[in-house]
Design a protein around this ligand. Structure first.
Ligand SMILES: [Zn+2]
Length: 270
């Protein structure tokens, strides 16, 4: 599933290509991916201009003129691509927007992705956005530590919980914990405030490097122009079961934590 760096990369790509363009026609080709939250019709987008494209957690948000917005969650295999209408024959194309200079297509093989058209003024109450925790970049190390210290579950599961901290998924939670030298199974009461502040710094650094490398293409992820990211080449523990730890050469361990596979080094992460 695309995490914060992948969604941020797509948001920036789409912004560079689409801002200022006017919608000529927007259309759901498969209504299964349409999410009816504060419903506006796709036809309401016609004639509106894309003013801004932003990210909140793992959600992409299109801001249009005249108080309209579109919230997109790519889930497992969703892709938002700038491309031409030649691709409309594709059986995995579920939403399409013709703009005055280019087109935007939403493809999803597994159809778990969701698109909701809503009023921009109602975004704060949107069910996908209203419960999200803060962005890692928007809080200080001390604030991060306060938030984490209130929780009783394992630190890895805290990092994955979007209502506590928005944007991290399995890849960047594993990589951040490795970078900070913290074992994923530890509960916050066993981690000092100083180490939690280091963890916040690790999260910021890992996310920054991943955004700089245009995300990780370990599964299906492609950027807004259909190109793979590069961070998969810099991953140290995620998915590296039994491979040598880059720090100490101990084989990387894989465990299941809260139903999610988790990778760490038994020697480097205490
Ligand atoms: Zn190690």
């Amino acid at each position: 599933m695309p995490e914060l760096p992948e969604v941020e990369t797509i948001a920036r790509d789409l912004a560079s290509a689409l801002i200022g363009q006017k919608v000529l026609k927007a259309e759901f080709l498969n209504t299964a991916i349409r999410e009816n939250c504060y419903t506006r019709e796709e036809t309401d987008l016609n004639g509106k201009t894309i003013n801004r494209i932003s990210r909140r957690g793992k959600n992409l948000i299109f801001h249009f003129s005249e108080n309209l917005a579109m919230v997109c969650h790519l889930k497992m295999t969703g892709r938002l691509l700038v491309d031409s209408d030649r691709s409309r024959d594709n059986k995995h194309l579920h939403f399409f927007m013709r703009l005055d200079k280019s087109d935007l297509s939403f493809y999803d093989v597994r159809k778990f992705g969701r698109i909701c058209i809503t009023a921009e003024s109602e975004l704060n109450q949107h069910p996908r956005l209203s419960k999200l925790g803060p962005e890692p970049f928007d809080i200080t190390p001390a604030e991060f530590t306060d938030i984490v210290k209130r929780r009783s579950k394992s630190i890895k599961l805290i990092l994955l919980d979007q209502e506590i901290l928005a944007g991290l998924g399995n890849i960047y939670a594993d990589e951040s914990l490795y970078s900070a030298g913290i074992r994923p199974t530890l509960k916050p009461y066993r981690i000092s405030r100083a180490r939690l502040e280091i963890l916040h710094g690790s999260i910021i650094e890992v996310l920054d490097v991943a955004i700089g490398n245009r995300g990780s293409s370990v599964d299906d992820y492609l950027d807004g122009f259909g190109q793979a990211g590069n961070f998969q080449n810099l991953i140290k523990v995620y998915g590296k079961t039994d491979q040598a730890c880059p720090g100490c050469e101990t084989p990387i361990k894989r465990i299941i934590l809260g139903g999610r596979s988790t990778h760490y080094c038994m020697k480097c992460q205490k």
